[in-house]
Design a protein around this ligand. Structure first.
Ligand SMILES: [Fe+2]
Length: 515
């Protein structure tokens, strides 16, 4: 990835998108950036060679892109899956009682706390194993799709391993764990505990974990140079420092590759709930198709398409228990939902390269009559691209199942969109163009499935991606559970994954959910 005049720095794009993934893990924004800065400095102190430094840098930026990989499943046990991730992040599972103590923070009132502890005691081990596997598979697949060096995917795959072998998903120990992952593990915990209690707290956790959780040499190096290595974390923002800290050679991507990156992160946002799989790509295709009908310049069409891919990146900030709630939302829950567009804007506008995308994407829930969110902006503030995106989002969402309603067929969705236009909420011409664009999508037909999947296996994969059990899939396809299981095994073998999240990513990557 050598830079030219048309290329953009990869680190700037990934640093911006990492902000939304921080929120998906209940961390403050710039958590991944702070990890990255500390890990690179720690690695330099350890004398790690330059090529490996680059891998550590990108592992740091991508460390939380698996945040939605097990969100849907987690929310069935702990509805606030974000809080669960945040609560468990600082736990040393060499001391199981620490996990139970943290679980107590997930319940409200004495009864809620007791329930949370009991749930973690009974289901925590399995939840943790599946959570690690899904998270790692999403991270590995993400690094591969970004075409980063294999060392990045290897390091991300070992993100949850422990020096004493009690981690996962491989359960390897000592130097069998990638060096990059061992360094990141120390940096990750040091960053968390520095926020909690400064250098003293960092020393306490790193010392305690130095013979079990962490590589003793890496832990010792951090302890020796703690004051100096941790000093940059006192800055109010580490954005500039992280961009400057990229080891040479710097990585670039062509402007045209931005679409691939945007698509990946849109899919990560869609993974937050089984109801939204494929949503971002659907919106992007509709919005771009409508933008073409308005004869917008090619560059503007591409910005609209990218805004479609990334419009819901702020969704990661909202617990899946809220997205999946079938009943009415409480006022505090509505506040969380209304803020997702703010976080889309906050994430994308961090990078000047994505700023034009942010301006459109953050307006996708605004309405011409001022009834939308998060600004309640009037029509005069809504540009044509923003109006197109809003219409595309409404249409696409109507064709998808939601917890409180079934999916509409395409003609019913078009009627609903036209009605919203007549009521003055959605731009009439934008609605018309989106409906035309949707009409051109009808009849799209596969000419063969990827990974030599059969028609039946693709059907099974679609249900798997949406989180359905083998029993439920059998009912829907009128086949026995044993036959379903055989298909499931074949699907996983053919696409080389072992979790629903990775299967869903594969399905979205190959557009198997809609065609
Ligand atoms: Fe949205």
């Amino acid at each position: 990835m050598v830079g030219t005049g048309r290329d953009v720095r990869l680190n700037e794009i990934l640093s911006a998108l990492s902000l939304a993934c921080d929120l998906g893990s209940d961390f403050p924004m710039e958590k991944a950036l702070r990890n990255t800065l500390l890990a690179v400095q720690l690695a330099s102190e350890l004398g790690v060679r330059r090529e490996a430094l680059s891998a550590i840098y990108y592992i740091g930026l991508l460390r939380f892109i698996g945040c939605s990989g097990y969100a849907d499943e987690t929310s069935k046990i702990f509805p606030d899956d974000n809080a669960m991730r945040g609560a468990m992040a600082p736990v040393d599972f060499g001391y199981p009682v620490d996990g139970l103590r943290q679980a107590a923070t997930l319940g409200r009132g004495a009864l809620g706390r007791t329930r949370a502890i009991a749930t973690m005691a009974v289901r925590g081990k399995r939840l943790g194993e599946e959570f690690q596997r899904a998270d790692c598979e999403v991270m590995i697949r993400g690094a591969q799709r970004l075409r980063l060096p294999p060392a990045v995917a290897r390091g991300l795959g070992d993100a949850y391993e422990r020096w004493d072998g009690k981690g996962g998903p491989r359960g390897v120990r000592g130097e069998a764990i990638e060096m990059s992952a061992r360094i990141l593990a120390v940096a990750h915990q040091a960053e968390i505990h520095f926020r909690i209690g400064g250098v003293t707290a960092v020393r306490a956790i790193i010392q305690r974990g130095a013979s079990g959780w962490f590589d003793p040499e890496i832990a010792g190096t951090l302890l020796t140079h703690a004051n100096r290595l941790l000093a940059p974390l006192t800055a109010s923002s580490v954005w500039d420092a992280v961009l400057d800290a990229e080891p040479f050679p710097h990585m670039y991507v062509t402007v045209s590759r931005l679409q691939d990156i945007a698509r990946l992160f849109g899919e990560i946002a869609d993974l937050k709930s089984a109801y939204t799989l494929g949503h971002s790509l659907g919106v992007a295709n509709l919005a771009a198709g409508a933008a073409v009908r308005f004869a917008l310049p090619d560059a503007d069409v591409e910005v609209v398409r990218t805004a479609g891919l990334l419009h819901d990146i702020g969704r990661l900030s909202v617990p899946t228990g809220i997205w999946n709630k079938p009943g009415p939302l409480s006022p505090p829950e509505w506040d969380r939902v209304r803020l997702h567009t703010y976080y889309t804007e906050r994430t994308l506008s961090q990078s000047p390269l994505l700023e034009p995308v942010a301006r459109i994407a953050s307006l996708h829930h605004e309405r011409l009559d001022g009834s939308g969110y998060h600004r309640g902006a009037p029509a005069s503030m809504l540009s044509l691209p923003a109006r197109i995106l809003a219409a595309a989002d409404v249409y696409q969402a109507l064709t998808e199942h939601r917890p409180h309603r079934s999916a509409l067929d395409q003609s019913a969705a078009a009627c609903e969109l036209q009605r919203a236009a007549e009521l003055g909420a959605i731009d009439r011409q934008a609605a018309h163009a989106v409906c035309e664009a949707a009409g051109h999508r009808i009849g799209k037909r596969a000419s063969g499935w990827p990974a030599r999947l059969s028609d039946r296996e693709v059907e099974v994969l679609r249900h798997l991606a949406r989180g359905r059990s083998e029993k439920k899939i059998g009912e829907l396809l009128f086949i026995s559970p044993g036959t379903v299981h055989t298909h499931v095994v074949h699907v996983y073998e053919k696409i080389g994954v072992s979790t629903r999240a990775a299967a869903a990513l594969f399905a979205m990557e190959h557009d198997l959910l809609t065609r």
